[in-house]
Design a protein around this ligand. Structure first.
Ligand code: KG4
Ligand code: ZN
Length: 333
């Protein structure tokens, strides 16, 4: 079965074709980072317009790369939520129009389910069950994954998502937007002993997170020490985030008895986080799996993959254009 996947939930237009026998056949991505950089955040209306501008040529690109015609496809999957309503609407309307023109079944996919299962696109993929740490610009969650569609949220952020905290701190340090990756590069040059930031909510039981205090801590330290302390602040911030994620992940592994972990979402591309989790799982005789960095951030491949799994289960939808900007993960079946 060959499925075309379309992702437009935020500021990346992603398109891919996934084959249930051969794996990923092609993928293409257009990042809108430059469109939004001057505004210091994603401007929803500009995002929608950029998706409209790029989506047709990206679909043409993957069709040409694979030398497939629409008669070789078996279905179309698109991100139905959560995300920006206008941006989701572009992908949904485009997918349903293609489905009608090409007479193919279509299905809406949950963006976070895409992130959770992006790791399945790798040669080394885990088997169920596993503990997933979802760390993106909009979400921070620990999820117990027992099968396709069976997701139990064990803990999540009560305020800022990790990626959001990275981006806000990066902005403070003059690293542009979105600055998560730049902050992490700067942190490598920093002295980890100079400042110590708190590990929020680790002194009490539970698996929830809070990251807004760390950002405030960065603001105060920057106000006191100024630009000269930039790298050391970046380091202290990153150390605090990683150790907090590590403590909660360890707790979640203890509670569930799971031995396998998966890390997903944009912050999953962070090298220091990957190394710390690898070490922790090795010590516990377990194993951690990561998607390649380009599939940690938003992409069409993960949507094509999830769509394919759901079509294989016999699911599909009518041609009504439906989006769910605030869809929660554990409502899925
Ligand atoms: O998953 P994603 O592409 O989009 C959402 O669905 O949110 O995640 C984007 C987030 C941004 O906040 C970005 O700064 C962060 O992931 N990010 C990183 C790194 N690469 C991307 N954060 C820390 N270290 C990185 N290397
Ligand atoms: Zn995402």
């Amino acid at each position: 079965m060959r499925i075309l996947g379309i992702e437009t939930s935020c500021d990346d237009t992603g398109v891919a074709i996934y084959d249930s026998e051969k794996g990923l056949l092609a993928h293409a991505l257009y990042s809108q980072i430059e469109t939004h950089a001057d505004y210091g955040g994603v401007v929803p209306e500009l995002a929608s317009r950029d998706h409209i501008r790029k989506i047709t040529s990206l679909v043409q690109a993957v069709m040409q790369q694979t030398e497939l015609s629409h008669s070789n496809l078996h279905g179309i999957a698109y991100t139905a939520g959560p995300g920006l309503p206008g941006a989701l609407m572009v992908g949904a309307a485009f997918a349903k129009s293609l489905a009608m023109a090409w007479q193919l079944p279509s299905i809406g996919v949950h963006h976070m389910e895409g992130h959770l299962l992006a790791v399945m696109l790798e040669a080394e993929a885990p088997s169920f069950p596993f503990l997933a740490l979802l760390v993106s610009g909009g979400h921070t969650q620990l999820v117990e994954v027992t099968a396709l569609g069976c997701y139990k949220i064990l803990g999540e952020s009560i305020d800022d998502a990790v990626g959001e905290a990275f981006d806000k701190t990066a902005k403070l340090l003059g690293l542009g937007y979105p600055g998560g990756a730049a902050l992490s590069r700067l942190a490598e040059e920093g002295d980890m002993k100079r400042f110590h930031f708190p590990r929020p909510m680790t002194d009490r039981p539970g698996l929830d997170f809070s990251f807004s205090g760390l950002k405030t801590c960065a603001v105060n330290t920057f106000a006191k020490h100024g630009i000269e302390a930039r790298a050391d602040i970046a380091r202290a911030f990153q150390e605090a985030v990683i150790e907090t994620l590590l403590i909660k992940s360890r707790r979640a592994l203890d509670v569930t008895g799971l031995k396998t972990m998966v890390v997903a979402g944009g912050v999953g591309a962070n090298k220091a986080l990957r190394a710390a989790l690898e070490k922790m799982l090795l010590e516990r005789n377990g194993r951690v799996y990561f998607p390649r960095p380009e599939f940690c951030t938003d992409n069409g491949a993960m949507i094509a993959y999830v769509g394919c799994q759901r079509f294989l289960r016999g699911q599909s939808e009518d041609l009504a254009i439906k989006i769910y900007p605030r869809w929660v993960l554990d409502e899925l079946r």
